[in-house]
Write a protein that binds this ligand. Structure first.
Ligand SMILES: Cc1cc2nc3c(=O)[nH]c(=O)nc-3n(C[C@H](O)[C@H](O)[C@H](O)COP(=O)(O)O)c2cc1C
Length: 154
């Protein structure tokens, strides 16, 4: 069966998701982050989650070399934050309100929840890499989440 990427994207988009910004620090300590909807909760005990990152992402080296990362679950009014962290060729963190979390990874202000993780495993899968993290800290805040369905924010 020949698979048209465009059609596959439409079919994958029928699965509604939240939207996250995944962050870490590069080898110089500079903040790095990108928008990702591929977040999945994996395990409660031990607490684990995963995200899938394109192997072509400019965040690839930082994300695969760092000891861990943070996942910021965006809240319903943070569409501009999603846009900011998916646009290329500008300083994403200069345009964001953020602070370092307990483990030093960037946490964005106004999120619905955040998790800090130690990276536990990496699995190359097709044109992406699956990053599996063990949760070392998290918080769930009062905001409702941003929802993405069929390539549109609800
Ligand atoms: C709503 C949304 C969800 C996205 N989800 C993912 C994802 O799960 N994994 C991924 O690698 N890229 C995802 N992207 C694309 C990246 O955010 C974008 O390609 C990347 O930030 C481009 O810049 P980079 O190469 O500097 O990372 C998503 C983009 C948007 C707008």
């Amino acid at each position: 069966m020949g698979i048209e990427k465009k059609d596959l994207r439409v079919a994958f988009g029928k699965f509604a998701t939240g939207v996250t910004v995944v962050t870490t620090r590069d080898s110089h300590g500079a903040p790095v982050g990108f928008t990702a909807s591929s977040f999945t909760s994996v395990s409660l005990d031990p607490a684990m989650l995963l995200i899938c990152m394109s192997q072509h992402s400019r965040s690839y080296d930082a994300m695969t070399n760092a000891a861990g990362f943070a996942v910021n679950i965006l809240s319903e009014n943070q569409k501009p934050v999603s846009d900011n962290f998916s646009l290329k060729n500008h300083d994403r963190f200069e345009n964001a309100d953020w602070k370092s979390g307990p483990s030093g990874y960037p946490l964005l202000d106004g999120c619905a929840a955040w998790f800090e993780c130690q990276r536990q495993n990496m699995i190359k899968a097709g044109d992406h890499i699956i990053l599996i993290g063990k949760v070392t800290g998290f918080d769930s805040l009062g905001h409702a989440p941003l929802i993405l369905s069929q390539s549109k924010f609800l």
